[in-house]
Design a protein around this ligand. Structure first.
Ligand code: GLA
Length: 393
């Protein structure tokens, strides 16, 4: 399998947890096709944990829960393939999945054969209930080989939550993406902490093996399995999606795509943001500003007072293909503030005779040619993302 850009799709866990069924998964696949998600690049439909019975059958094979999946997985996979989508499933390297279902420790080759027979194209492979005496790296190597031995192209999505620094070795084992962090929750603190913890690791992410900072929560608005803490606003979701796009992380939707609010749907289908995520050069961004956000309106009773939010401002600069660039400005503070980007910090000093023509990636608006710096005001928890091209000036 030759995987040049970050995988995109949908996964059942964030919204539905164990509440999954053939109807839900097929209904989601139809929505992905009809509402333009597939055309935008979202092609994997992935069933997470809780799909099987609690016991294997007499031959030792995993059995889909007949109440949730009465037709079995093969028929479902065929229907998903007929829509032009790809089918993903879930197992775990331990003796049970995180939710207590049978998993693949010491069953790797037979389970991989079962998945291949069902027409599975993607396997998320978790790390719960792993024996203390076991060797985690070796068990990811084993499932990787088991999948290859089936002869079917199956994207291997390793999910050991960053244990033993997988960015240093998971690619070597044949995995196509690896979870580098603990589980996301649908709140601003959770997903910004996750994304920021990996900022300096994305230089080890790229074609054929991508750093996975977990499924998105965009569009959940406080409803669903991982909706814990304070519900997100549209600004929060803009920041989440912009971080995932700027970093070049896999885009696995976790909301209910059958009924996404238009704001969330337009966000995850935004062609300019997706182009940044899917850029074929696959370069990680680097920080051109990491510091505080200062806000003068913090105390309305005293117009002169300033409040400084430490470590709340971040600007990222990313090289794209075809002489283009992307700039992301992030305000993690609960108040608006100016976030700087001095062009010299990206390697474009005043003396170069070059400026940048800037385009707003959210709206497509042409912001004109700028020289030396562009420091926008950014709302609380919000972001700006710009596309940039050289302009002599
Ligand atoms: C772990 C994973 C999650 C999800 C659950 C399912 O916590 O990290 O993404 O797959 O297991 O139980």
């Amino acid at each position: 399998m030759n995987l040049q850009t970050p995988p995109m799709g949908w996964n059942s866990w964030n919204t539905f947890g164990s509440n999954i069924s053939d109807d839900l998964v097929l209904g989601t696949a139809h929505a992905m096709k009809e509402k333009g998600y597939l055309d935008a690049g979202y092609r994997y439909v992935v069933i997470d944990d809780c799909w099987s019975l609690k016991e294997r059958d007499a031959q030792g094979r995993l059995v889909p829960d007949p109440e949730k999946f009465p037709r079995g997985m093969k028929a479902l996979a065929e229907d998903i393939h007929a829509l032009g989508l790809r089918f993903g499933m879930y197992s775990c390297a331990g003796v049970q999945t995180c939710a207590g279902y049978p998993s693949s420790y010491d069953h790797e080759f037979e389970d991989a054969r079962t998945f291949a027979e069902w027409g599975v194209d993607f396997l998320k492979y978790d790390f719960c209930n792993f024996p203390r005496s076991g060797d985690g790296k070796n068990r990811y190597a084993t499932m990787s080989m088991a999948l290859k031995a089936t002869g079917r192209d199956i994207l291997f999505s390793a999910c050991n939550w960053g244990t033993d620094e997988p960015w240093k070795w998971m690619k070597s084992l044949g995995a196509h993406m690896y979870r580098s962090t603990g589980d996301i929750q649908d709140n601003f603190k959770s997903f910004t902490t996750i994304a920021r913890s990996q900022l300096d690791k994305f230089c080890m992410s790229g074609a054929n093996c991508f750093n996975d900072i977990d499924m998105l929560t965009v569009g959940m608005y406080g409803k669903g399995h991982v909706a814990l803490g304070e519900a997100c606003t549209d600004a929060d979701y803009r920041t989440q999606f912009a971080l995932w796009c700027m970093l070049g992380a896999p885009l696995m939707l976790g909301g209910d795509v059958r009924s996404m609010r238009p704001e969330a749907e337009n966000l995850v289908l935004n062609p300019r943001l997706l182009r940044i995520n899917q850029d074929t050069e696959g370069r990680p961004p680097f920080p051109v500003y990491q510091g505080h956000v200062a806000n003068r309106d913090y105390d309305p009773a005293d117009g002169r007072s300033w409040h400084v939010f430490q470590d709340s401002g971040l600007s990222l600069f990313k090289h794209l293909s075809d002489h283009e660039f992307a700039v992301g400005y992030f305000n993690f503070a609960p108040k608006r503030g100016e976030i700087p980007f001095i062009f010299a910090d990206a390697g474009l000093p005043w003396g170069s005779g070059m400026g940048l023509r800037l385009t707003d990636a959210f709206t497509g608006e042409d912001l004109g040619v700028h020289r030396d710096y562009y420091n926008p005001m950014v709302g609380p928890h919000d972001c700006r993302v710009l596309l940039a091209r050289f302009a002599p000036c």
